[in-house]
Design a protein around this ligand. Structure first.
Ligand code: UT7
Length: 335
């Protein structure tokens, strides 16, 4: 038995940073950003943290689903940008919600992460290990971008989205998932943990040299991206993956009510629309308002569609994500 989404929620910080505002940090302008990305504004954390945005999105999803915290038996948080590594953000959320019956873990598949969290709970449900799950995509990317790099700081932003998935005999689920670690260099961020080696009292000789080689350039600890490489990958692999999924499920474009795509760049979205031969009416976008919030982008869009009543019970949906790894996947569901 698979699960159905029975509630959604999201949270974005109040503070808005416009394209014009970015001109004070980097050599850019509103016209370039709008034309090349479609982004007009983005929301950026002030007092918030990634883990607290995750909690706020989760509370809204629980409220919509009318589910009590103790009914949740699994919490998965997809994040690459949590302010804590231990405990996991999922355990932090569990504590704040008092969801004491849940098993909790984080998952990092960058911008593909929320959909892989969704797929993970579906497979646990199919195996009978989980009945009511909370999945969250939460990102605080404004803390990870180099604000002097115009190739990234204009794109990435902050927010969180959540969904409650409950086992249901009528639920429909299928997916296609891919990764290519060989293209990992296209989108990177190093942890900076290697810096710690400096303090270790190693034996003289080889170990010291090896330790020194691990010392990072501070720039590497911010998000680094070969934008054109990621662009080429996305416009080729994402539509292929969606078409592969539709063929696997025996469904056609006209059978789908909504395609919820990762919100990275308007030109990527439009290219996917063309290649899968659908129309923009079925492919909502909110990147103009939020920028690229990585694994939070699909659940924030999902929540908006539900709250605006553009996604209704019985609608057939394909969610698709892509990002660092490189990773990409598409999943089919009936709402
Ligand atoms: O979540 C998934 C991960 N990320 C993505 O999906 C991102 C995928 N890539 C992209 O969205 C695009 O490649 C970018 C938006 C990052 C860049 O757009 P582009 O059309 O690929 O620009 P480009 O890198 O080819 O640069 C074109 C020109 C260059 O100038 P010259 O050499 O033609 O004089 C850049 O230096 O635009 C320049 N440029 C900028 N100018 C103003 C690059 N960034 C900026 C900027 N403002 N922010």
């Amino acid at each position: 038995m698979f699960g159905k989404i029975i509630g959604t929620g999201s949270y974005v910080p109040e503070r808005v940073v416009t394209n014009t505002c970015l001109e004070q940090y980097v050599d850019t302008n509103d016209e370039w950003i709008r034309e090349r990305t479609g982004i007009a504004r983005r929301h950026v954390m002030e007092q918030e943290t990634t883990k607290d945005m995750a909690v706020l999105a989760a509370k809204r999803a629980l409220e919509m689903a009318a589910v009590a915290p103790e009914e949740i038996d699994m919490i998965i948080v997809s994040t690459l940008s949590s302010d804590i590594a231990l405990p996991s953000t999922a355990c932090y959320v569990q504590d704040k919600l008092n969801a004491k019956n849940a098993v909790c873990f984080d998952l990092n598949a960058a911008c593909t992460g929320f959909i892989l969290a969704y797929n993970t709970v579906q497979t646990y449900m199919a195996a009978g290990f989980c009945k009511t799950a909370l999945i969250i995509g939460a990102e605080g990317l404004s803390k990870l971008v180099d604000w002097s790099d115009r190739g990234t700081c204009i794109l990435f932003a902050d927010g969180a989205g959540a969904a409650i998935v409950r086992a249901d005999e009528t639920a429909v689920f299928d997916t296609v998932m891919h990764a290519d670690g060989g293209q990992g260099d296209a989108l990177t961020m190093k942890t900076g943990f290697a810096e710690r080696v400096r303090g270790i009292d190693v034996e003289p000789g080889v170990e010291v040299l090896e330790a020194n080689q691990n010392i990072l350039n501070e720039k590497d600890t911010y998000i680094g991206m070969d934008g054109q490489a990621v662009f080429r990958f996305a416009v080729k692999q994402v539509p292929t993956c969606i078409l592969e999924l539709m063929e696997k499920c025996g469904i056609k474009e006209e059978d789908i009510d909504l395609f919820l795509l990762h919100q990275a760049n308007e030109r990527i979205v439009k290219s996917i629309v063309k290649r899968i031969k659908t129309s923009m009416d079925k492919v909502p976008m909110n990147l103009q308002e939020y920028g690229n919030t990585s694994s939070a982008s699909v659940p924030i869009l999902l929540d908006e569609m539900v709250r605006q009543e553009k996604l209704k019970k019985g609608d057939r949906v394909i969610m698709a994500g892509f990002g660092a790894g490189l990773t990409w996947c598409a999943s089919y569901l009936e709402f």
